[in-house]
Design a protein around this ligand. Structure first.
Ligand code: BJW
Length: 276
């Protein structure tokens, strides 16, 4: 039997609870939604201490050049530099814990007959919180894979922590002779086989599409919001700042995810009193 989700924790007294004002129409649509898709980005992990990529002085791409670190060309030209940077990122992820936003999304799952969580994040914090069946569009930093996996020539993978322990300075060699690399998706690379198709199919059938903590600038992932909007889903966005696709949202909760998602989950639960 599936373990029931943990009860919602009381809001922390230090976190202001955002007000969520639902119109009667939105309340009705949330009450009757059967198929929910949640789409997350780096912002959901910001309050776990992980930097976002864009926006703000401490974001990754305001301090590092993506073309020097997050492309296959950068890895081919400077494998040690790229490996060490991902070693530093991996240490941050390994020391991070899910926040109240990740936990609220676990409870969200129980409110809908059909639910899919699609993430651009590579940190694995949704799974650590207890979310099931998470679709990872951009891979995972928790694993290393062989560079030859990109041509289909080798499918060996190993735990990234172990690979880094074995060789912190330079990417270790796979048994096939290829270099190990983080199992993430770099610019110019295709997404892992089947993930976008699965996410797009769910977005096209969704009647609620919740977008959390993404700038909505990286494609094809951001296109999921457009697919859901076109298909008539209620689009709800949680983000303290406007994103590139905020205009498509029926409801914007302009607050950090760790405060907004527990409040939103409580509000949606109120609309759906018969849900578990
Ligand atoms: C909070 C908050 C709080 C803060 N609470 N919120 C169409 C048009 C134009 C370009 C393209 C296109 N199609 C493809 C491209 C090219 C490219 C692309 O999109 N470029 C654009 C940037 C211009 N896309 C690709 O290259 C993709 N591949 C591809 O298209 O392949 C085609 C192909 C087919 C067949 C053969 C070969 C190729 C791959 C994209 C890979 C992206 N990789 C990265 C790095 C992953 C590894 C790593 O971690 O290092 O993925 S880049 C980075 O961006 C990472 C993220 O997943 C991704 C998205 O970022 P995200 O999550 O939105 O984060 P931020 O930082 O941008 O936003 C954070 C948000 O949170 C902000 O809005 C804040 O306000 C908010 N926030 N605190 C809630 N507390």
């Amino acid at each position: 039997m599936a373990t029931p989700p943990p009860p919602p924790p009381p809001p922390s007294p230090s976190t202001p609870v955002p007000e969520i004002n639902l119109t009667a129409d939105l309340r009705h649509r949330l009450a009757t939604a059967d198929r929910a898709v949640v789409f997350t980005g780096a912002g959901v992990s910001q309050e776990s201490g992980l930097a976002t990529f864009r926006g703000g002085d401490d974001s990754l791409w305001s301090q590092y050049r993506p073309e020097e670190l997050a492309t296959p060309q950068a890895f081919a030209a400077h494998p040690d530099r790229v490996w060490q940077w991902y070693g530093w990122r991996h240490a941050g992820v390994a020391g991070a814990s899910p926040n109240a936003g990740h936990h609220a999304l676990v409870r969200f799952e129980a409110l809908f007959p059909s639910y899919l969580l699609v993430t651009q994040n590579v940190d694995g914090l949704h799974q650590q919180a207890g979310s099931r069946g998470v679709v990872e569009l951009h891979g995972t930093i928790r694993q290393a894979c062989c560079s030859n996996s990109r041509t289909g020539a080798c499918d060996r993978r190993m735990d990234m922590g172990k690979a880094l322990e074995r060789s912190p300075e330079t990417p270790p060699r796979c048994e096939c002779g290829g270099r190990l690399r983080p199992a993430v998706v770099w610019f110019g690379e295709p997404l892992p086989q089947g993930v976008m198709e699965r996410a797009a199919a769910a977005a096209g059938r969704a009647d609620l599409f919740l977008v959390v903590g993404t700038s909505a600038t990286v494609y094809p992932a951001a296109g999921l919001i457009e697919i859901a909007h076109r298909a008539g889903a209620v689009v709800v966005e949680v983000n303290p700042e406007p994103s590139a696709l905020s205009r498509l949202a029926d409801l914007r909760v302009q607050a950090p995810a760790a405060a907004a998602l527990p409040a939103l989950e409580r509000e949606v639960r109120r609309c759906r009193p018969t849900a578990t």
